[in-house]
Design a protein around this ligand. Structure first.
Ligand code: TRP
Length: 363
């Protein structure tokens, strides 16, 4: 059996460094590795609507933003199928059948959904659609018979839920669906990139993001005002690197070549950290280095985005083609599912023959 990737993002804003380091960068590598037979990248608008039902305009406007971010990072439509979730109605039908295989108690235990409910201040008024989005996500993954889901750690409970649904489905209806695995980023600092304010996670609602499409000037301002060690007041003071997000970002983004190029007084990050901890190294110097590292990485992404921005019609055309390819794939799985669940009445000549026999012989 071939290896197939499916992953995606909700179109609720432009993509930021957290997305890049948590998944996007790896997707491009996987796409180019030649190890996968098919790669599907989904813009999860239907999932975005589960907590933005009253704001479809926001979702609609951000589809192009996410598509532009994908393309500018190096997702290549000749190698990967980029598509829009809501254009594939087969996904909702699958979700409806999977709902019978999951209990309310199981949904209640999902830690990602739990924390999202708190963050969105839903209280007791949780939309049912939002509550059940892990089931819909299982449809997204299984519809493409994905073996591999490259995603951040926050998606782990969703993949776990998907695997349970696959197990249950296959044991009740016979071997039909493929069990997927999550593929996490390998670098620990990439697992959960903090925001520029040092808060838990980079998130649009907290206003602590560096966007892939930020200008060089915005990037510089954001880096220079990043949270460091509040007790590191004078340069001579020893500094702490724990929870100091400038160093967390360097863990995620810098390599020895960057030192050779931008900060040759140090051979590697460990030396820079040791100096900071000893005292005698100022925040500004470290931040300037981080800026240089990020600027070098983001500049080509920005430039490619500018080009695609000049061909929005072409980007929509690409998305439309992607939806057609994705729909065929999902329809094939849905047919298999219907057959396994025995809800393929008109295809089932044997069923009709038997029932006809039964009534004829009873006459
Ligand atoms: N939940 C993902 C996010 O919040 C988006 C998503 C929807 C997804 N369906 C998926 C990711 C399937 C991986 C696989 O960004």
């Amino acid at each position: 059996m071939g290896k197939i990737i499916l992953t995606g993002d909700r179109p609720t804003g432009k993509l930021h460094l957290g997305h890049y380091v948590g998944s996007l960068r790896q997707r491009v590598e996987l796409q180019n590795s030649g190890l996968y037979d098919k790669v599907f990248i989904m813009i999860a608008d239907a999932q975005a609507l589960t907590d933005n039902a009253d704001n479809p305009e926001k979702v609609r406007q951000n589809i192009i933003e996410v598509a532009l971010d994908y393309l500018s990072c190096g997702i290549d439509p000749t190698k990967s199928t980029i598509f829009i979730q809501s254009m594939i109605p087969e996904l909702t039908e699958l979700a409806f059948y999977y709902m019978n295989l999951v209990t309310v108690a199981r949904l209640e235990r999902n830690p990602t959904v739990k924390s999202e409910i708190v963050m969105r201040e839903f209280g007791k008024s949780i939309p049912v659609g939002f509550y059940t989005y892990p089931i819909s996500q299982a449809s997204d993954i299984t519809a493409f018979r994905a073996t591999t889901v490259p995603a951040g750690v926050d998606q782990e409970p969703m993949i776990e839920q998907t695997r349970e649904i696959v197990h249950k489905f296959n044991s009740v209806y016979g071997e039909t669906l493929v069990e997927p695995e999550i593929l996490l980023p390998s670098n620990a600092a990439c697992l959960r990139l903090p925001g520029t304010d040092g808060k838990a996670k980079m998130s649009k609602s907290l206003g602590n993001c560096i966007y892939l499409s930020d200008s060089a000037e915005d990037l510089r301002k954001k880096v220079m005002s990043m949270y460091t060690d509040p007790n590191h007041i004078r340069i001579e003071d020893p500094g702490s690197i724990d929870g100091n997000c400038v160093f967390t970002y360097l863990d995620a983004f810098s390599c020895c070549d960057h030192f050779a190029e931008f900060l040759p007084d140090y051979a590697c990050l460990d030396e820079l950290k040791a100096h900071y901890q000893r005292g005698g190294l100022g925040d500004v110097k470290v931040k300037k280095f981080l800026y240089a590292v990020l600027q070098q990485m983001l500049e080509p992404i920005r430039a490619r985005r500018k080009e695609y921005e000049q061909d929005i019609e072409g980007v929509y055309e690409m998305l439309k083609k992607g939806c057609e390819v994705a729909r065929e794939e999902a329809a094939e799985t849905l047919n298999m599912v219907r057959r396994s669940m025995k809800i393929n009445y008109f295809e089932d000549a044997e069923l009709i023959r038997q029932q006809s026999q039964m009534y004829k012989s009873a006459k």
